[in-house]
Structures are given as structure tokens and as C-alpha cells.
Design a protein around this ligand. Structure first.
Ligand SMILES: [Zn+2]
Length: 404
């Protein structure tokens, strides 16, 4: 068995090639000519592999989420897919391998993931009901105390509030730019006619920058809040159709004048492109608010190397409308970076590891340098000691199963 190892071509003795999700750094090497063995993945990832990479259907095995599935005739190898909360179709793989003596070894591979309570509450791994995981292959992208960022839900809610504020004003809100420039323009009386309080009535266009896959919750959340349809390119539409989301057809449109929420490539989120875009859509739209969701835009509290586990778990990362500052702001065009991450924050990694019974952890990201490996192992060892001290491992407390 291998996971996300397509760049090596045919691997001796490998009979099952697993793909955790449809991001190019993970499927790299997988092409329409693939014939090295069966590819196992979620249904959505399988759809994308067939549709986008043109891999022959007979090499793709789409697996259901949450059910334990046997992948060999002797029932010696099983896999369970758990939602990775990363991009659509992304999965954690729980493998159970029976060795010659009949002992079952358990391996959990996270692929890329954003840790959340729902995952560690899954019946296949929840503590204390399940045996220990022998090896955890962990997405350690942000396993560094400087990486604090809020929950996705908090960020989407703050963005919705900011847009609502602009609607209530009937135009963009004068805002201080993050570089210090004060974007003051004329004061405006609040609107009296309530029927005018909608994105299309105010001629405000919302633009979200994304890659081909990912950040879906941002534009779906905004479109839902303002009852707007979503304009996407044909290519993006094909990607979204692979995700088998009920009712999605009626939500999407290929007429940019019919939707107040537009999804564009991340590269188009710059002032020159946005001015030209707005110009091309006049008179339907007069203003544009553009959002660039990235993992890096948060300037809140950070942890340090001396932070205790208790501090890490109990420190919240607040995010409100006041946390959003534009990187560009004029009276008709504003650009905002928002800290919307599809990888776990440092704190979420701590909560995930502390919630599970694990014998050994193998980091899968930032493993290039000795120093970085040492720093990551420092934290992983700390959390292991914490668990050894408490004996009983249980799920780290949470308010909602969606995030810690
Ligand atoms: Zn990824």
C-alpha cells in the first residue's frame, strides 16, 4: 500500500495506490497513461481523477466514506475513510493490516487535513473505545506555535457581517488599509428604503479568489447568506459538478450579471484586474469587494515555545468584523485577505493528537531540515508525555463538532 506516491511511478510490490485528495502535490505523477495498479480514493476524488486527469476508469476504485472496506480477498487489509475537512473529497485513511500472527496493526494517514472533533469522535478511532493507533502519519504543515488562526466558520461569519454592513450603507465602508492608509470618503446617510438592502440592489459585487478546488465554504456561505447565485467559469463548474452536491446546478450560473457572488482565480484578486472586471460588468455592478482566503492573514495571539499544553488548548483565536482590514481600499474597490485555512492550526493539531491513543507519529510535512524535524518532535513528545501522565485518553473538550 502507498498513499499519495504517484510520482514514483510503479512501486515494487505495491498493489494499492491510495490518493488522499485532489491537490496536485498529492496526485503528482498520475496521468491519463496510468497503468501501474489500482487507485483507491473517495468518490469525489475518483470523479475528479477521471474527469480532470483522464485516468482510465478501470484503474479507479471509489470508496464510500465511513465504512470499513476490505481491499484484499483474504480480508487481511481494510480501510476506513474519514472526512479530512480539507478540500472536497479529502479523506483520512484508517488502515487495519493483519500480520502473519493474526495481530491487527492500525495505521492512520491524514493526507492533508484540518483537524476537528468530528474526526476523533469517529467510531473507528474514538477513545477510549478503540485500540491504539500504531502509526499516525500526520499533516504537520502548521505544527509550529506561531500558526494560530480562527475557525473557518468564524471567518465566514465575519465576512458576511462586513458585507451586510456595506449593504446597509449602500456602498463600500471607508476602511483603514493594513498598510496604514486611511481610506476616508464622503459620509453617507443610512438608507431608509429597506427594500434596497440587497447586494444586487446596491450593485455590490463579491469576488472570491480560489484555486481550482478548495475554499468552497466561503463562497457557498456568502451566497447562502445573501440569497445570491454563484458565477463560476466552465472549468470551475466542472470541478464543482464532480463533488455531487445536491441542488448545486440551480445555484451556479454562467452569466456574470445574474450573480452577485463571483468565483475567480486567486491571481485575479489584484486591483488592476478588479477595476477592469468591474468596468466590464457595468452597469450591473458599481462596487467590488474581493476576498482572498489564505492561511496566513491572521495577526492575533501567537504561542511560543514555552506555551504549556493547557495554554495552547484554552487560548481562543477571536475573529470578528474588526479583524478584517483591506489590503487595498478605494470607494469602489476593496481587497481583503482573510485567514481561511484548510490545514490544522497548531492548536488544532494539539487537540487532535491529545484526543487519540497513538504509539508513534510520523510527520509528513516540513521534514526537509533536521531543525524543523526536531522542533516538531519537541511538541509531539510533549503531548505524548501529557497523555502518559493522564493515563485515560479522552477527546479534548469542544463546543461544536465542527471545530475546537
Ligand atoms: Zn491539499
Amino acid at each position: 500500500i502507498t498513499v499519495d506516491a504517484f510520482k514514483y511511478g510503479k512501486i515494487p510490490h505495491c498493489t494499492a495506490y491510495f490518493l488522499s485528495h485532489f491537490h496536485s502535490d498529492h496526485y503528482n505523477g498520475l496521468t491519463s497513461k496510468w497503468s501501474n495498479g489500482l487507485i483507491y480514493c473517495s468518490t469525489v476524488t475518483g470523479n475528479l481523477v477521471i474527469q480532470k486527469l483522464k485516468v482510465a476508469r478501470n484503474f479507479v476504485r471509489k470508496l464510500p466514506m465511513n465504512d470499513e472496506v476490505s481491499i484484499d480477498s483474504n480480508n487481511d487489509i481494510t480501510v476506513t475513510l474519514i472526512d479530512a475537512n480539507h478540500c472536497p473529497g479529502s479523506a483520512l485513511f484508517l488502515f487495519k493490516l493483519k500480520d502473519k500472527s493474526g495481530r491487527i496493526k492500525r495505521y492512520l494517514h491524514t493526507g492533508d487535513f484540518r483537524a476537528c472533533p468530528r474526526q476523533v469522535l469517529h467510531s473507528a478511532i474514538v477513545q477510549p473505545q478503540n485500540p491504539a493507533i500504531d502509526i499516525l502519519y500526520l499533516d504537520t504543515t502548521y505544527l509550529n506555535p506561531q500558526y494560530c488562526f480562527p475557525a473557518q466558520e468564524q471567518v465566514v461569519n465575519a465576512v458576511i457581517k462586513l458585507i451586510r454592513k456595506a449593504i446597509n450603507r449602500g456602498e463600500l465602508i471607508p476602511m483603514k488599509r493594513s498598510s496604514g492608509y486611511n481610506g476616508q470618503w464622503r459620509n453617507k446617510q443610512p438608507r431608509l428604503d429597506k427594500s434596497q438592502l440587497a447586494l444586487d440592489k446596491c450593485k455590490i459585487l463579491i469576488v472570491i479568489g480560489t484555486y481550482l478546488i478548495g475554499k468552497e465554504k466561503v463562497f457557498f456561505g456568502i451566497a447562502k447568506a445573501f440569497r445570491s447565485r454563484i458565477y463560476v467559469t466552465d472549468e470551475k463548474r466542472k470541478m464543482l459538478m464532480c463533488q455531487e452536491i445536491p441542488g448545486i446546478e440551480s445555484l451556479l450560473t454562467n452569466d456574470p450579471h445574474q450573480a452577485s457572488v463571483h468565483v475567480v482565480s486567486l491571481m485575479s484578486i489584484k486591483s488592476s484586474s478588479l477595476f477592469a472586471y468591474l468596468e466590464s460588468l457595468k452597469p450591473t455592478f458599481k462596487y467590488v469587494m474581493a476576498f482572498r482566503p489564505t492561511g496566513w492573514a491572521y495577526k492575533g495571539q501567537k504561542f511560543s515555545s514555552s506555551s504549556t499544553t493547557e495554554e495552547i488548548l484554552n487560548t481562543s483565536t477571536p475573529f470578528t468584523i474588526d479583524s478584517i482590514t483591506p489590503t487595498f481600499s478605494t470607494s469602489i474597490c476593496q481587497i481583503f485577505g482573510v485567514p481561511y485555512s484548510e490545514h490544522s492550526s497548531f492548536r488544532e493539531l494539539a487537540a487532535f493528537v491529545l484526543s487519540l491513543n497513538i504509539r508513534k507519529i510520523i510527520p509528513t510535512v516540513n521534514i526537509g531540515s533536521e531543525k524543523s524535524r526536531e522542533n516538531m518532535n519537541y511538541w509531539l513528545d510533549n503531548w505524548q508525555k501529557e497523555k502518559d501522565k493522564n493515563k485515560n485518553i479522552k477527546v479534548v473538550p469542544y463546543n461544536t463538532v465542527d471545530h475546537w
